[in-house]
Design a protein around this ligand. Structure first.
Ligand code: NAD
Length: 252
């Protein structure tokens, strides 16, 4: 992996850093010289992720929708490093279902993890963030376009985009940059589990890819590279934007 130490000595937290886009980003961050804390719900998956990250990475088990867990995560980073320069609020879930079939439990779970989890991850991290820190929130192309059987998940991602706009204003006195990354379809474990049969998955992927000008799905490292940009001084005058990394999908 080619790197130029864009995050040398920085302390970063990536929620949901044990899998998919979060793990790919953790690998990039470590390669760029950062100390990286990853969180996730399951210790075994965190341990497996750490094996791929080496000595500058640390794992803390925690559920982003549980405020007590968030307090513990932040307290651990405070004890170990005393600061947090980069926050990537990436953890999220998707449960697709036709409008008529969405259950209250599915609705609540997605809003709890995606919206409440993102909001309180930022709120709890604030005391540790120095002036000039970088926050990246994980949204999605689906927050801006209508895909079938996607209403609740899409609404959570539009809400996250909205949080980023208001956080940018709320945090202007501290010059904290808050940006949103909005991937198109990316091959990850979560993406491949949003529907319950291989046939439905194939049809869904075909629907997604047909709307991508570059004609393919993306991979997690293509998102990770963009997060490095938003987390580093390369984007020092970029604040409040939604960066689509989606093969052109949002523009057509
Ligand atoms: P993934 O399942 O590989 O990763 C999701 C991560 O979030 C996992 O590490 C999981 O442990 C963690 N997580 C889920 N619920 C959590 C909770 N309550 N507390 C803490 N961690 C939790 O999937 P991914 O595709 O890499 O997704 C990462 C993010 O990217 C999600 O927010 C997802 O909505 C978003 N996204 C994905 C795609 C895509 O096509 N894969 C596109 C746009 C946005």
């Amino acid at each position: 992996m080619e790197t130029s130490q864009k995050l040398a000595g920085k302390v970063a937290l990536i929620t949901g850093g044990n899998s998919g886009i979060g793990l790919a980003t953790a690998q990039r961050f470590v390669a760029e010289g950062a100390y990286v804390f990853i969180t996730g719900r399951r210790q075994a998956e965190l341990d497996a992720a750490l094996q791929t990250l080496g000595g500058q990475a640390f794992a803390i088990q925690g559920d982003v929708s549980n405020l007590g867990d968030l307090d513990r995560v932040i307290a651990t980073i405070r004890e170990q490093k005393g600061t947090l320069d980069v926050l990537f609020a990436n953890a999220g879930i998707a449960e697709f279902a036709p409008l008529e079939g969405v259950t209250e439990a599915q609705y609540d779970r997605q809003f709890d993890i995606n919206v409440k989890g993102t909001f309180f991850t930022v709120q709890k991290a604030l005391p540790l963030l120095p002036d000039g820190a970088a926050i990246v929130l994980m949204a999605s192309i689906v927050g801006s376009k209508g895909y079938e059987a996607n209403s609740v998940y899409s609404a959570t991602k539009a809400a996250i985009r909205s949080l980023a706009r208001t956080f940018t204003t709320d945090l202007k006195a501290r010059r904290i940059r808050v940006n949103t990354i909005s991937p198109g379809p990316i091959e990850t474990p979560a993406f491949n589990a949003v529907l319950d049969t291989p046939e439905k998955m194939a049809a869904f992927k075909a629907q997604m890819v047909s709307g991508v000008p570059l004609g393919r799905m993306g991979d997690a490292d293509e998102i990770a590279k963009a997060v490095v940009f938003l987390a580093s001084d390369d984007s020092s005058y970029v604040a409040g934007v939604e960066l689509f990394v989606d093969g052109g999908t949002a523009q057509v």
